[in-house]
Design a protein. Structure first.
Length: 271
């Protein structure tokens, strides 16, 4: 089945569950996979049918989740691996609760969710109409977001510990990669029941630009302005809305407290 509009993969996943499928496979990039995941869980984050497996054949430009779990980028190899696999592994789920236009909302993710800089890059890509258009549009959006970079005055509660400051980005990692190969969460594990949270504090635009190569080598956590936390629940409070993304899909500007919660072993990933 092919998708025709945003959110369609979520609808198709729900229909597959109603039809009694025992395996739901997403064929596409991180955005398609995220939509399928959101169709397989209820609002509380519990699987609609915990016996149903989840598979992925990566076709998108980013495929960062596939990179984390070593699914081949070659379509035929990915299909062969999936059809020959007899192993389901537990997959943790991230739940985001937030407000938009004064209304409460919930979104789920399995790889990485970010507030601030990375969401601004995605917003620029979408505004240019070049989403999925390759490397050059992405780097244009990246540079545009860097040169308009600003920090956010935030209060962040990390498993009860309070962190305050001028912070951007705020990256909540269940997986290791985002942004088409940037190793933002080198220590993250998909089924350990914990997030790895990366905070950038008091960056200038120039400092962020110079730090960008570290994202590809996995050494960003060694930067003096970056701090990593390990937590199960994170709440971000800001007097101004902060752009937010989940698995590379733009959620938009989140208002008021935004909370990230880990739901251990919520899904079964077929590998």
């Amino acid at each position: 089945m092919f998708t025709t509009h945003r959110g369609h993969a979520t609808e198709l996943a729900r229909a597959a569950l109603r039809d009694g499928c025992d395996l739901v496979v997403a064929v596409g990039g991180d955005g398609t996979f995220n939509e399928v995941v959101n169709g397989m869980v209820a609002r509380d984050g519990k699987a609609v049918n915990p016996d149903v497996g989840l598979g992925l054949i990566p076709l998108g430009t980013g495929s960062d989740f596939a990179r984390t779990v070593n699914i081949p980028s070659d379509e035929d190899a990915a299909v062969q691996r999936l059809t020959r696999a007899a192993k389901d592994v537990p997959l943790d789920l991230g739940r985001i609760t937030f407000h938009q236009a004064g209304k409460p909302a919930v979104r789920f993710f399995v790889n990485v969710s970010g507030m601030g800089f990375d969401a601004e890059v995605i917003a620029r890509l979408e505004d240019s109409g070049k989403r999925g258009g390759g490397t050059i549009p992405y780097y244009r959006a990246l540079l545009g977001a860097i040169f308009r970079f600003r920090n956010f005055d935030v209060k962040i509660t990390i498993d009860g510990r309070i962190v305050r400051g001028n912070i951007n980005p705020i990256v909540v990692c269940n997986g290791k990669y985002f942004g088409g190969g940037m190793k933002i969460g080198p220590n993250a594990i998909l089924n350990d029941g914990k997030f790895h949270v990366m905070l950038g504090r008091d960056f200038t635009a120039l400092e962020l630009l110079l730090a960008t190569p570290r994202l590809y080598t996995g050494s960003i956590l060694k930067h003096q302005k970056v701090t990593e936390y390990v937590a199960k629940t994170i709440t971000v409070e800001s007097p101004t809305p902060i752009p937010t993304e989940a698995d590379g899909e733009l959620i938009g500007e989140c208002e008021g407290p935004t909370t990230f919660e880990i739901i251990p072993a919520a899904l079964k990933l077929r590998l």
